[in-house]
Unconditional design. Structure first.
Length: 674
């Protein structure tokens, strides 16, 4: 059966090698239930074959179906009007509506926006097909993301049709299914609009051994252990549909002898035979043997966007080295899943199969990273030294060039550490030089003062020369200090960008704010540096996502602080309460106040919490027992609450509070004495 297997392309609905998976049953049941479904996965995982199979099954039951392959409508140099006309024409043809009438109908509605025209056409479909279920399959949806215009309105319309069911029962007869290499967040790019947050994800996984058994029928190999051969195939492919069919096909063709007789595989040699075929026909010289293209598709997906490539390869490299990669739904992790190289299992990223791991191995990853990094030689030497050889860190112009190259890219954590340590080392060198300059200037000033004490009036000219020299040295010291400040600001900006790319958003925000404040301290800041700081800060503020929200106060929150160990949070509010929270947002306790509470602070060593109130009083609670230790009235009466934590307070329960600064206020020191 040389032509039993089909490598690439959509399988016919009755193809003998079509493997039914749980996704078939899930998609069919969800569509009949009227759910909007999307099947998003990497290429060549069987999405289109699943769509064809579902389309045929629904058609056979008397439902009306249309399949829209958006790549056939066009993508290069197409206008929005051409695209929407193509979409309507495709739907009209597949639902058997007269195309001549549709052209006339379009002209009658041309005064509307393109999205409104498509919306009106969908209503027309519902009218023209009464009492029937309509299913619209949209395939290759990722090609829409590369159109020269926004398609946000198109996906917003799909969401509108889904939500319209609540008020118009006819829309319950309309169901969409979307297929492609994308993520739901990609469908509506405008972050100011409601995201595409509806529908049911259909999980499309690889073949299991039981599911793949129909493929054994095509293996014309004389062996009593055909199942064992198929099991060895799956060990290499992980059930990936394209690779599984390809390896089976290679086994068949490689088993044909000159006399066209089936190959006899001795018992116990199944693994050796499958391994040799996979290595010689797929892994060895894989770029030239990758026909039809599959491995090159994964490679190109990883290397397409140079700004993100370093980050993707860095994450994958960590997994190859044995590190655990916990999934966090970040863009980097989504890209690795969509590339097909990795899968998600039990909350972790893992390699999909042995073939990918053998082709895209550590040597390949290192080669690609070296081609990316302009500082690869120094970086590799630093890594080889177990990251302790500071002489390999970049300095001067080399560091500036590397930082300029890294700006705007998403690199590995190790890259950012290498660049950050280089910046720290250079700052330390500059500071040492600056300290040396200042020490030398101080020595010269001292010598000058001694000379001034012993000179006569006739040596004033000499003094003037020495004064000028001292002034010049002073100016050099000021210039060096200015350079050090500018380098520090640049380092903070680079660190903020790196932290943000690594999804350490809070740390990135802190570094960006520090850079902005350092700039404000300068009398005159370089425009380019100011623009870079603003850009970094704006990007972080705009894109950083909320991780948690503490809700429970009935009034405005006027004060918030962390405990010294970072495990607790205390908030003060205008509702006259102080609340104690766990760091994950769980409310632990509510302390009742006696007035509007505006300041709160933890003791740095003892389990005590203090809050100052609008009436000037100070309340202190014991955290373990959650009891009020003492209420302290203001020494200078109501109205002195602003300085309440900054003045000596009377003894309470054997303790004396010398002063206790407000949460977040700098420059204070808290002292308790038993």
């Amino acid at each position: 059966m040389t032509h039993y297997y089909q490598i690439g392309g959509s399988l016919d609905y009755d193809a003998p090698t079509y493997i039914e998976r749980p996704a078939d049953r899930d998609l069919y049941a969800a569509l009949l239930a009227g759910e909007l479904c999307y099947v998003f996965n990497s290429r060549q995982m069987g999405k289109s074959s699943l769509m064809v199979r579902s389309w045929y099954r629904l058609q056979a039951e008397g439902h009306r179906c249309a399949v829209v392959d958006v790549t056939n409508i066009g993508s290069d140099h197409i206008t929005p009007e051409q695209w929407y006309r193509g979409m309507i024409g495709t739907l009209a043809m597949q639902f058997n509506l007269p195309t001549r009438d549709i052209r006339k109908w379009w002209e009658e509605h041309s005064h509307l926006s393109l999205t409104q025209i498509l919306s009106q056409f969908i209503e027309l479909l519902l009218v023209q097909c009464p009492e029937q279920r309509l299913f619209i399959f949209v395939d290759e949806v990722d090609s829409l993301l590369n159109l020269p215009f926004s398609v946000d309105d198109f996906f917003a319309l799909i969401r509108f049709c889904y939500n319209r069911r609540a008020v118009e029962p006819d829309y319950k007869r309309l169901t969409f299914a979307i297929f492609g290499v994308a993520a739901p967040a990609d469908l509506i790019a405008d972050k100011q609009r409601t995201p595409f947050n509806i529908g049911r994800a259909i999980v499309l996984s690889g073949f299991s051994l039981d599911e793949a058994m129909p493929l054994a029928a095509g293996l014309e190999i004389q062996t009593p252990n055909t199942q064992g051969i198929l099991q060895e195939v799956l060990r290499w492919t992980g059930g990936q549909p394209f690779l599984t069919q390809k390896v089976c096909q290679l086994l068949v063709t490689s088993s044909q002898l000159a006399v066209n007789e089936p190959l006899k595989i001795p018992s116990g040699m199944e693994k050796f035979w499958v391994d040799s075929v996979v290595r010689s026909h797929i892994i060895d010289h894989w770029e030239s043997q990758d026909e039809p293209e599959h491995l090159r598709t994964i490679r190109d997906r990883l290397l397409y966007d140079e700004r993100r490539t370093g980050r993707l390869l860095g994450i994958y490299q960590r997994w190859l080295e044995g590190q655990t990669i916990v999934t966090d739904d970040s863009r980097d992790h989504i890209e690795l899943l969509l590339s097909g190289l990795m899968i998600q299992q039990t909350g972790q990223l893992r390699g999909k199969n042995r073939i990918y791991k053998s082709v895209f191995n550590l040597a390949w990853v290192q080669k690609q990273l070296n081609a990316l990094r302009p500082y690869s030689e120094a970086f590799d030497a630093w890594v080889t030294s177990q990251q302790v050889d500071d002489s390999r860190l970049l300095r001067g112009r080399a560091l500036q060039d590397a930082q300029a190259w890294a700006r705007g890219k998403s690199l590995s954590d190790l890259d950012y550490r290498f660049l950050a340590l280089g910046q720290e080392q250079e700052q330390a060198d500059i500071q040492r030089s600056l300290d040396l300059e200042k020490a030398e200037a101080a020595k010269r000033t001292t010598r000058l003062q001694r000379i001034l004490l012993g000179i006569t009036s006739g040596a004033l000219a000499i003094v003037s020369v020495l004064g000028i020299a001292a002034f010049w040295q002073y100016q050099r010291a000021i210039a060096s200090e200015q350079t050090a400040r500018l380098n520090e600001i640049q380092a903070l900006i680079s660190s903020a960008e790196g932290q943000f790319a690594s999804h350490h958003e809070l740390e990135a925000l802190i570094d960006a704010i520090k850079a902005k404040r350092r700039l404000q301290e300068l009398e005159q800041a370089p425009t380019e540096l100011a623009v870079a700081a603003d850009r970094a800060l704006n990007q972080i503020v705009y894109w950083m996502s909320e991780r948690n929200r503490l809700s429970g106060h009935e009034g405005h929150v006027l004060g918030v602080t962390y405990s010294p160990d970072g495990e607790l949070i205390a908030t003060a509010s205008g509702d006259q309460t102080v609340k104690l929270w766990a760091k994950d947002g769980q409310l632990l306790h509510t302390f009742a106040g006696n007035a509007t509470t505006f300041g709160v602070a933890f003791h740095p060593r003892l389990p005590l919490l203090a809050a100052t109130n609008l009436d000037g009083s100070l309340q202190i609670w014991e955290l373990e027992s959650k009891t009020l230790v003492q209420t302290i009235q203001p020494r200078y009466g109501p109205g002195s609450f602003a300085s309440m934590f900054l003045i000596p307070a009377p003894k309470f329960v054997g303790c004396r509070l010398n002063w206790w600064p407000l949460a977040g206020e700098a420059g204070g020191e808290t002292r308790h004495q038993r």
